[in-house]
Design a protein around this ligand. Sequence first.
Ligand SMILES: NC(=O)c1ccc[n+]([C@@H]2O[C@H](COP(=O)([O-])OP(=O)(O)OC[C@H]3O[C@@H](n4cnc5c(N)ncnc54)[C@H](OP(=O)(O)O)[C@@H]3O)[C@@H](O)[C@H]2O)c1
Length: 250
Amino acid sequence: MRVLLLGGTSEASQMAKALSQAAVNSVFSYAGRTNAPVPQPLPTRVGGFGGVAGLAAYLRREAITHVIDATHPFAAGMSRNAYAACTQTATPLIRLERPAWQAQSGDDWTFVPTLEDTVAALPDEPARVFLAIGKQHIGLFATKPQHHYLLRLVDVPVGDLPLPYTAVVIARGPFDVAQDLALLQDHEITHIVAKNAGGRGAEAKLTAARQLGLPVILADRPALPGQNIAADIGAVMAWLGHDQVALRGV
Ligand SMILES: NC(=O)c1ccc[n+]([C@@H]2O[C@H](COP(=O)([O-])OP(=O)(O)OC[C@H]3O[C@@H](n4cnc5c(N)ncnc54)[C@H](OP(=O)(O)O)[C@@H]3O)[C@@H](O)[C@H]2O)c1
């Protein structure tokens, strides 16, 4: 058995820990988006594979027997490529997928189908928006330049931002509620825009928004191919035939 773990999320890091503890021969893969990715307890490679063909070639060359897709729910390109390359090479694939966030009492959430739709859901009058979507798609909001945007990024941005009024906070999750309450209050935030990523690492902003009565605009996840989905690390380990392993601290 040789496992390829597609990472870039805190769940992937937990998965890596479980594989390492169970001594499963595995390689961890990062896209290479951040300057200093979190070190993993597994041999790690960094960078794209070169599309479906590149990934299929990698799977063959490295004699990969199982692929675990633990990428972010919005990393749809990688998930689609993994599905296509695994189908082509008949490599078993499982997606570790955290449940989407559900609104609860006290929430003022607007769900929109895509990230692009979040822009139109913002008001026209100037607002103070926490744009909790990473750096990749902030250009979408250039059509609403009247707002003040708070960005929380992993790395200091290089070059000019496409938005005229911004504040940038450099931080890496997981985040806690006290920290996010302070952030929203210090920046006098009136609206939050986020991806419905699910999971615990980025959930604190939603709890903080609930406590402050702030509206949240949430983009739904993209649809992904494949039916073999695990909700937690134990289910992935069972799929690998390692269900007897005690997952210490995972
Ligand atoms: N999208 C988000 O909101 C988000 C949030 C937190 C973390 N992340 C993590 O950041 C990474 C990039 O996200 P994205 O939205 O830019 O992905 P994406 O659009 O789905 O992927 C674009 C390309 O990046 C490469 N890539 C992505 N993940 C990779 C991985 N784990 N290992 C090797 N190559 C990878 C692949 O290049 P090739 O085609 O050349 O193979 C892929 O086709 C993902 O690994 C994801 O887990 C994403």
